[in-house]
Design a protein around this ligand. Sequence first.
Ligand SMILES: NC(=O)c1ccc[n+]([C@@H]2O[C@H](COP(=O)([O-])OP(=O)(O)OC[C@H]3O[C@@H](n4cnc5c(N)ncnc54)[C@H](OP(=O)(O)O)[C@@H]3O)[C@@H](O)[C@H]2O)c1
Length: 219
Amino acid sequence: MRIAITGASGKTGYRIVEEAQKKGFKVKKIVRKNSKVIDDSKNTETLRFSLNNKDALDKALENVDALIIATGARASVDLTGPARVDALGVYRQLQSCKRVGLKRVVLVSSLCTGKLFHPLNLFGLILIWKKIGENFLRNPFFEWTIIRPGGLKESEIIDLENIDYTNEDTQFKGSIPRRLVAKCCIDSLSNKQSINKIIEVTSSSKNKKISFKKAMQTI
Ligand SMILES: NC(=O)c1ccc[n+]([C@@H]2O[C@H](COP(=O)([O-])OP(=O)(O)OC[C@H]3O[C@@H](n4cnc5c(N)ncnc54)[C@H](OP(=O)(O)O)[C@@H]3O)[C@@H](O)[C@H]2O)c1
C-alpha cells in the first residue's frame, strides 16, 4: 500500500510513519518547508511544500492509496491557527483528494469536537474548527475514518494500555499515548469496517483488551 501522511513531522505524525513502515507501506511524508522530520529511512520520501500549494499537493497525492491527515494547529499566540489548519487546511487536502480521485482518508481529530463550552476552545475555538474539518470529510465521495483521541501522551509504555474504542460523542475525558493513536490509524487502513466511522479512543490499564478488528464489529 502507498500512503501519504500530512503532519508527518508531528508527534503523532512521525509515529504514524513508523507504524506504516512496520507494515511495509510505502510512505510519502508531506511536511512544511522548515518542518523537522525525525527519520528519513527506507520506503519513505519527504515532500516539502505548503498545503496552500495546490499543484504540489495534487502531485503528491497522485497514485497513493490513502491519505492520513495528522496536521493540527500548534499551540501559539496566533489564535487563527485552528481555523487555518484544522478546518481550512483539512479542506484544502480534501479538495486535492477529489481532484486526483483519492477516496480513502483517515483524519486524526479529537474527543469533544463541536463542543463550544470547553477549556480547549480558549485556543482559537479549536474544537469548533476541528468539527468543521471533520464535516468536510464526512462526504459521500470519501471512504473516511475519523479517529478522535483523548489527551495525547508521549509515553511509549503501551503494553498495559488497552484501548476503549467507542463511537461518536460517547467519551469526553481520558487520554491515550500517541503511539496507540498511530496504530489505530494504520489498523483502520487494513479494516474496511472502519470506513465511514468516527472512532473515539482513550486507553487505560483498566480496560479489557480488545483488537481493533473486534472493536470495529461493535461500533
Ligand atoms: N495534544 C492533545 O492532547 C490532543 C488531543 C486530541 C487530539 N489532538 C490532535 O491530534 C493531532 C496530532 O497532535 P500532535 O500533538 O501529535 O501534533 P503536533 O506534534 O502538534 O504536530 C502537528 C503537525 O501539524 C503540522 N502543521 C501545523 N500547522 C501546519 C500548517 N499550517 N501547514 C502544514 N502543516 C502544519 C505540524 O508541522 P510542523 O512540524 O511544520 O510544525 C506538525 O507536523 C492534532 O490534530 C491535534 O489537534 C491533540
